[in-house]
Design a protein around this ligand. Structure first.
Ligand code: SAM
Length: 452
């Protein structure tokens, strides 16, 4: 057992996905942020719990070979990245191991994964950013990122993982807010108008959306804002105001008001033109998502005659990209504007045998199973919490030959695969894909076959 406020020396043996090194003092695990596997360190114990503790780094006695100079001045405060202080190769090793550990520990699978698919680009890959707004000590509007585990804004408009086109737009909007003295929302008092700036860019089309999230539905000096923004940034094709008057951590409210231009942007994804409604999910790393989905199609081994059921389909990016490889497509998604986009996308891409259902996956899958639907392949791409148990049961009832799972949370993926493996499905292969370089997130794709 270690003692609070005492210093210890130790070797960092492992690294968690949030970038904390794991050290052992007489077998007792201590998590120390900002360290690297192989570092010999001195740390101070700051919190001691029953079976593990936390420390803060006091000195690196011998640095790990994985260490590099962090290339972002906000890294230590900002909660966005976990791994700017180690090489990308070292980060990939940690991510691959974390996925394998989840499949072993939670899923009980001994099968090793295929080797991780790293991203060719680890900077400026994000096509979407949501900057919280605040005010500095002089009362001037600032935009930035939340500090780790807090709502303190670290002012920064340029970020190493965001699309480079975002920073000048943020600077311009801040200038406008300050010049026209538009109020900024204060979480504590609940007063003020502007809460967030939400930007999205179609990486293939260059189309850009600027969305201001506000407590009200009217922007003062709206005409000046729209004209000034469009003059300075002609690539902005959609200017939208989102109203969110609730005292909540959820960024977007339900209502969108188009201030100028289109109600959405378009992008080209695996050769398909996609309409992306502002509240709809769209992969933030488009280039790596194209590789991820191509891998999912390789796993599915479509022959052209399949009925594909795409659960949690969003705007239809996966199903419509696979459309030419299958006979028929049914997609299910709960967010209505995303389903509207999916339907538009089916028509834009002449996918006549594609159908999209707006419903909770739990209800839709049950209905489809009760109607006797027999998809050949079911593809699931659920949110972080994974699939509902009822969804998994309906999948089993529909008895597809193959299940392909795309997941942004290896723990819930492993849990769901375990449930499916207890119901007649065999884990054939799985692979981690790094969609979010330098952050603590990792995606995986899984293939399960129905056992004879
Ligand atoms: C990880 S995204 C995948 C979207 C899509 N496959 C894509 O690649 O763009 C998960 C999607 O599941 C949707 N979703 C979340 N909960 C759902 C539910 N209970 N039923 C149906 N869809 C849901 C979200 O709105 C989101 O579009």
């Amino acid at each position: 057992m270690i003692k609070k406020n005492q210093s210890y020396t130790a070797l960092v043996e492992d690294l968690t996905l949030d970038g904390s090194g794991v050290c052992k003092i007489d077998g007792f695990a201590v998590f120390v942020p900002m360290t690297a596997v192989g570092d010999q360190i001195r740390f101070k114990a700051v919190k001691v719990l029953k079976s593990y503790g936390y420390g803060i780094l006091e000195e690196i006695l011998t640095p790990s070979h994985d260490r590099i100079e962090a290339d972002c001045s906000a890294f230590k405060q900002c909660g966005g990245c976990s791994f700017r202080h180690i090489s990308y190769e070292a980060e990939l090793r940690i991510k691959e191991k974390s996925v394998q550990d989840a499949f072993q520990r939670i899923g009980g699978f001994t099968l090793p994964p295929e080797s991780i698919l790293g991203a060719p680009e680890s900077i400026h890959y994000r096509n979407k950013a949501q900057y919280p707004l605040g005010v500095d000590e002089n009362g001037k509007a600032v935009a930035g990122f939340y500090a780790k585990r807090s709502h303190r804004i670290v002012p920064s408009s340029c970020c190493q993982i965001q699309d480079e086109r975002f920073a000048p737009i943020i600077q311009w909007i801040l200038g406008f807010i300050n010049e026209y003295k538009i109020s900024v929302y204060d979480e504590k008092s609940g007063k003020g108008l502007l809460r967030h700036i939400y930007l999205r860019v179609g990486r293939s089309t260059g189309e850009m959306m600027v969305c201001l999230v506000a407590t009200g539905k009217k922007l003062p000096c709206c005409r000046e804002f729209v004209q000034g923004l469009q003059k300075q940034f002609p690539q902005v094709t959609s200017i939208v105001l989102n109203q969110n008057a609730k005292n909540t951590n959820v960024i977007l409210g339900e209502k969108f008001y188009v201030l100028s231009g289109d109600d959405a942007i378009k992008d080209v994804f695996l050769g398909k033109e996609l309409h992306i409604a502002p509240p709809a999910f769209y992969q933030v790393n488009k280039e790596q998502a194209e590789r991820l989905y191509s891998l999912a199609f390789e796993y599915a081994q479509f022959t052209g005659i399949e009925l594909l059921l795409d659960l949690y389909c969003g705007i239809g990016s996966i199903g419509l990209s696979a459309y030419s490889k299958v006979d028929r497509l049914i997609g299910v998604e709960v967010v209505a504007p995303a389903v509207e986009s999916a339907k538009k996308n089916a028509s834009l891409n002449r996918a006549e045998r594609a159908e999209f259902i707006c419903a909770d996956a739990k209800k839709a899958a049950k209905d489809l199973a009760q109607r006797g639907l027999k998809p050949d392949v079911i593809l699931v791409d659920p949110p972080r919490q994974g699939c509902d148990r009822e969804v998994l049961q309906s999948i089993v009832d529909m008895a597809p030959q193959k299940i392909v799972m795309v997941s942004c949370n290896p723990s819930t993926a492993a849990r769901d695969c375990k449930i499916l493996s207890e119901q007649g499905y065999e884990l054939v292969k799985y692979r981690s894909v790094d969609m979010f370089p330098r952050t603590g997130h990792v995606e995986c794709v899984v293939l399960m076959h129905k056992m004879p």
